[in-house]
Ligand binder design. Structure first.
Ligand SMILES: [Zn+2]
Length: 379
């Protein structure tokens, strides 16, 4: 076999060589002409140009693209300088995908979180507001285009940027109340606008009559019960033991499960007290979100204003940054001055939206280069 092939190859070569023979003469003539031309050319005394080295063209598809530097987090002078917006999504690609996914909340979607205590038919002092002030607050929120959400919507938004109204408000009533409180002050807004309200309920296993009234509202679905401690009266602090933290945070879950047949996902820190250890234990017990009494500003997806240290403008506000989990230390406005802040919340949402539009081409280019190969296209 091999021998036959070799003979065939050799005979083919012979044929090729033979056919090349007449071309040799032509080549010689060409060479002579070229030499003559070169001589004439040299006599004109023009400098001979060094031919540029020919580069091998590289196909564009294989050129490695450098990802652009991502723009920083949106900052605003509307907040006090020590209330600095913090991001909390560690995975940049996941963040960008959630941010620009067209099924999700549009960038600039903002949540104003408001804490309520007493709503008094007569005068009001301290943390309480009057019925008239309450109505004005609710009407102003509605007029400015806000809509209320419940705690599950809040968690889905904060974790995944799930779709919520572009201007949302989370209404959180602290402590135990009779059903009358919700029927008088919140049911009208549920009936008119479909607005839910959250109640931070205390877990201690007493007042079965009160549990029953509230369980009936819970069953209706529009009063959303979440945890506000078990004994509630001693705020968690740096010195709290693991045992105390677990009995406060875990005890509240057991009671709400027992009386209301639901598992709370949010912990509203009694007295506004928390510690790094409690912020660590909370998620282990199943909590997704935690709420302070610190009025730092509104929140957005991957954007939570927090302080590094105590400061003079609000000396009682415990700094959240050392606790290490922004989602467990969300700020809340007080109902006593929420109304005065509605417009700044609206403006922050607008500014953030404009900033996001400006960042969009860069972020999408980054996603395309760095993320798309493993995360796929943005839905
Ligand atoms: Zn309380």
């Amino acid at each position: 076999m091999i021998k036959t092939r070799l003979i065939l190859t050799l005979s083919l070569l012979t044929v090729l060589l033979a056919s090349c023979q007449p071309a040799t003469a032509t080549a010689d003539i060409n060479a002579i002409q070229t030499a003559a031309f070169q001589t004439a050319y040299a006599q004109i005394n023009l400098p001979t140009e060094t031919p540029a080295p020919t580069e091998t063209p590289i196909p564009t598809a294989t050129v490695p693209r450098t990802p652009p530097a991502l723009p920083g987090t949106y900052q605003t002078a509307i907040l006090k300088s020590h209330n600095i917006p913090r991001s909390y999504v560690a995975d940049t690609c996941q963040y960008l995908q959630n941010k620009w996914n067209s099924n999700n909340s549009v960038p600039g979607t903002v949540v104003m979180i408001i804490m309520f205590h007493g709503i008094n038919k007569g005068d009001a002092s301290g943390n309480d507001i009057t019925v008239t002030q309450h109505r004005q607050l609710m009407d102003d929120l509605h007029e400015m285009g806000f809509q209320a959400i419940n705690m599950q919507q809040m968690a889905d938004f904060m974790y995944n940027n799930a779709k919520i109204p572009e201007r949302s408000v989370l209404l959180i009533v602290d402590d135990r109340h009779f059903a009358e409180y919700f029927n008088d002050h919140f049911r009208p807004y549920y009936n008119q606008w479909g607005w839910p309200v959250v109640n931070a309920y205390i877990g201690v296993d007493e007042r079965v009559d009160l549990w029953a009234e509230n369980a009936a509202l819970s069953a209706e679905g529009w009063v959303d019960y979440q945890s506000h401690g078990y004994l509630h009266n001693t705020p968690i602090s740096e010195g709290s033991s693991d045992e105390f933290i677990t009995s406060e945070m875990g005890g509240a879950i057991s009671s709400i499960q027992k009386y209301m047949n639901k598992t709370p996902i949010a912990y509203i820190w009694p007295g506004g007290g928390f510690s790094p250890r409690a912020v660590e234990i909370g998620p282990q017990l199943g909590y997704k979100l935690g709420f302070t009494v610190n009025p730092r500003g509104p929140v957005m997806y991957n954007w939570i204003p927090q302080a590094d240290a105590f400061n003079d403008s609000n000396p009682s506000a415990i700094p959240e940054v050392p606790a290490g989990n922004p989602l467990m230390t969300l700020p809340r406005y007080w109902s006593t001055d929420a109304r005065a802040n509605i417009d700044s919340v609206r403006v922050i949402g607008q500014e953030a939206k404009a900033y996001a539009e400006q960042s969009r081409p860069t972020e999408l280019e980054y996603y395309d280069i760095v993320c798309a190969p493993t995360y796929g296209p943005i839905p």
